[in-house]
Design a protein around this ligand. Structure first.
Ligand code: CO8
Length: 255
């Protein structure tokens, strides 16, 4: 049995975490199936994007499996943390455009999974938190590093140190999610954002996405210099002349 539902829809795929009995909590099996799904999509040349969501109406993902972690040794903890990081990094480091459609609880490792995506949108009933320190552990699937980069250090420290659950409106204020809609509109919104992204120049978009992600790890001067190089390299491909000529000819570019 797979804990991931994978539906390919033209140039993107809908990936649903499907373990509703445990609010889609992440155990080894779920992480394994998620990696297999991302691997499949990354090696499929027809696919350029992924929308990640949770099965059911209650949870995107309630985090790492608490039952499983209860009796961990330090070695077990390291192994599990590495498996989690590997999964999150596969999403962040792949060339797939990624949207987390947060349809309910996104807690602990579940929120950290959403943080690994390019864009987060949420339904009005969504609740987000990093409750780990209340369990005597810490956000070990990337949260201590990705959250401050997305929502700023003060917001990240508040979430990590209080463990407080925030609603979708607060998440929007904190720039943790980009948009909030009714639950019924969540997937349609994710699909329309994905569709918009898929219309753009794929190489330009791939490079721009990479510049944003990699630039967060570099000093500003080096990252700005890199932008000039990558910008100029694009002109050895066909996309700039296609896109720029289409504008001059008042046509819609077909990349
Ligand atoms: N792990 C395992 N099972 C879970 C989890 C979870 N994270 N969350 C919910 N479940 C299970 C419940 O045990 C319950 O199972 P059962 O029906 O068999 O008793 C079922 O899902 C339904 O949950 P509830 O009955 O609790 O539903 P409620 O509506 O009453 O409450 C909550 C919903 C508020 C979401 C509640 O379930 C909850 O607080 N869950 C735990 C959330 C949490 O603390 N998540 C963080 C986990 S720690 C983490 O993610 C660490 C990541 C980094 C790991 C680093 C590696 C070492």
């Amino acid at each position: 049995m797979s804990f991931i539902e994978l539906e390919k829809k033209g140039a993107y795929a809908l990936v649903k975490i499907n373990r509703p009995d445990a609010l889609n909590a992440l155990n080894d099996d779920v992480l394994r199936d998620l990696r297999a799904a991302i691997n499949d999509l990354s090696s499929d040349r027809a696919i350029r994007g992924v929308i990640l969501t949770g099965a059911g109406e209650k949870a995107f993902c309630a985090g790492a499996d608490i039952v499983k972690m209860k009796d961990f040794s330090s070695d077990d903890a390291e192994e599990f943390a590495r498996r989690g990081h590997k999964t999150m990094n596969m999403i962040a480091n792949s060339d797939l455009l990624s949207i987390a459609a947060i349809n309910g609880f996104a807690l602990g490792g579940g929120m950290e999974l959403a943080l690994a995506c390019d864009i987060r949108i949420a339904s009005k009933n969504a609740k987000l938190a990093l409750p780990e320190t209340g369990l005597g552990i810490l956000p070990g699937f990337g949260g201590t590093q990705r959250l401050p980069r997305i929502a700023g250090m003060g917001n990240a420290l508040e979430m990590i140190l209080t463990g407080e659950q925030i609603d979708a409106t607060r998440a929007l204020e904190m720039r943790l999610v980009n948009r909030v809609v009714e639950q019924a509109e969540l997937l349609p919104l994710a699909e329309s954002l994905m569709q918009k992204m898929l219309e753009k120049g794929p190489e330009a978009q791939k490079q721009a996405r990479w510049l944003v992600h990699s630039g967060m790890e570099q000093p500003l001067t080096a990252a700005l210099e890199r932008e000039i190089i990558v910008f100029s390299e694009l002109f050895s491909g066909k996309e700039p002349s296609l896109g720029l000529s289409a504008f001059v000819e008042k046509k819609k570019p077909q990349f």
